[in-house]
Design a protein around this ligand. Structure first.
Ligand SMILES: NC(=O)C1=CN([C@@H]2O[C@H](COP(=O)(O)OP(=O)(O)OC[C@H]3O[C@@H](n4cnc5c(N)ncnc54)[C@H](OP(=O)(O)O)[C@@H]3O)[C@@H](O)[C@H]2O)C=CC1
Ligand SMILES: CC(=O)[C@@H](O)[C@H](O)COP(=O)(O)O
Ligand SMILES: [Mn+2]
Length: 376
């Protein structure tokens, strides 16, 4: 059997680490390229175990060259792109966090046949650019985000659903009294009720910025208008999404809250080769709840800007900046939305034509967000 050659961007993160666990189980993939940001100690262990031909670090870790003479190293954000060019893998898992992920997604489309996309910011910031480039080059984009993986699977071999829906856990503050949300601490916000994930996305679950990003992600992936992408709370995160058909049928995607399942599916599609125990059916409780926008104004705002690229970029950039300040204890939880709202309001409506224009709007939005932090 020929092993499929895989590159993983962000191998030291939550998605990256779980991808390596999956690859270990599946056994028909050879990890040819790995990249990390700054977690060199974990990266070192991954290099020892998976022995990739190519590796890249965002930070400066030139010393790794001596320890791993068989591996060709690259450094910096350009280095991560160069690594993909050198490796020319069959598939790339993009598990980087943040808008920066778009440049790796665009490069993945030039250098491989399949992009397994966890980095939802790629679609939020450059959805049209990315999809068009993938179509032109005949490259598959397979969603890794759990809800989108669910919808993707539901849509295979059937008529197009009239509407789709994705679910939200409600995040760590879903049962807090409304008036206490403003002052919630980082420790409280990081207690996600169902999923174990990186810090930013966990904070984004509590504001529902994550769900806002996901509505936009679904808009580009599946080509639905915002009004036809519904959102509900599913407290146990067992229903990931659903497809609503014209004949009254609703198909649900149900499964454990375990990211290894959608990661594995993105690799093995169109078949399933990964084994994982399913939920005990006699203990299965399925229920959905309406979302209260007073508790989650960031989701309402994301809906209002879906399809307006410059504002989508601003929404994400302002959140990235605000979340960093919240993590440092410099702003309140409630300030995250305040900053996003003000930045999105100030950015004009525009559609970037290329990556450089996306970058320009992203940088401008970050500057606005920094200013809003000072003026709070
Ligand atoms: N975690 C999850 O369960 C899910 C995540 N996603 C999405 O997947 C993406 C990754 O999330 P998650 O794994 O939680 O994030 P993490 O923060 O856990 O991991 C991010 C990874 O990206 C690396 N990284 C950070 N900055 C850069 C950069 N500028 N260039 C290249 N690499 C960088 C990090 O390196 P290092 O740590 O070495 O500095 C790390 O390996 C996000 O877009 C998120 O929304 C979607 C669904 C579920
Ligand atoms: C696992 C996954 O796909 C996350 O994006 C998840 O959706 C986050 O949890 P929330 O539903 O709380 O946003
Ligand atoms: Mn998700």
């Amino acid at each position: 059997m020929t092993l499929k050659r895989l590159a993983i961007i962000g191998s030291t993160g939550s998605i990256g680490r779980q991808t390596l666990e999956v690859v270990n189980d599946l056994r028909d993939y050879k990890v040819v390229a790995l990249s990390c940001g700054h977690n060199f100690s974990l990266f070192r262990k991954q290099l020892m175990k998976f022995k990739p031909d190519y590796a890249a670090t965002l930070g400066d870790a030139v010393y790794l060259r001596e320890e791993f003479p068989e591996t060709i190293f690259f450094f910096g954000a350009d280095g991560i792109e160069e690594m993909l060019e050198a490796a020319m893998p069959d598939a790339v898992v993009n598990g980087a966090s943040g808008a920066v992920g778009l440049r790796y997604s665009l490069k993945a489309i030039e250098t491989s046949k399949r992009l397994c996309l966890a980095n939802k910011e790629s679609l939020v910031c450059g959805g049209k650019l990315l999809i068009e480039k993938a179509v032109q080059r005949g490259v598959e984009i397979i969603p890794v985000d759990s809800e989108h993986s669910g919808i993707f699977q539901l849509m295979i071999g059937d008529s197009r659903p009239e509407k789709i829906f994705i679910t939200a856990s409600g995040g760590a503050l879903r049962d807090y009294p409304l008036e206490q949300i403003e002052e919630a601490t980082l420790e409280e916000v990081l207690k996600h009720p169902t999923w174990s994930m990186g810090k930013r996305i966990t904070i984004d679950s509590a504001t529902m910025v994550n769900k806002g990003l996901e509505v936009i992600e679904a808009h580009y992936l599946f080509n639905y208008e915002e009004k036809d992408i519904l959102t509900y709370i599913c407290r146990n995160s067992l229903i990931h999404g659903g497809a609503i058909y014209r004949d009254g049928v609703i198909k649900l995607h149900v499964g454990e809250a375990d990211m290894k399942i959608p990661i594995a599916y993105s690799l093995s599609y169109p078949v399933r080769t990964y084994s994982s125990p399913h939920i005990k059916l006699d203990r299965l409780t399925l229920s959905l709840e309406e979302i209260d926008y007073r508790r989650y104004p960031a989701l309402k705002l994301a809906r209002e800007i879906t399809g307006v690229p410059s504002k989508q970029i601003a929404y994400n950039a302002a959140d990235e900046v605000a979340v960093k300040y919240f993590e440092k204890g410099a702003i309140k939880f409630g300030d995250i939305f305040r900053i996003i709202y003000r930045v999105v309001e100030k950015v004009f409506e525009a559609s970037p034509h290329n990556f450089d224009e996306v970058l320009e709007i992203d940088r401008f939005s970050r500057k606005l967000a920094e200013r809003e932090v000072i003026e709070l």
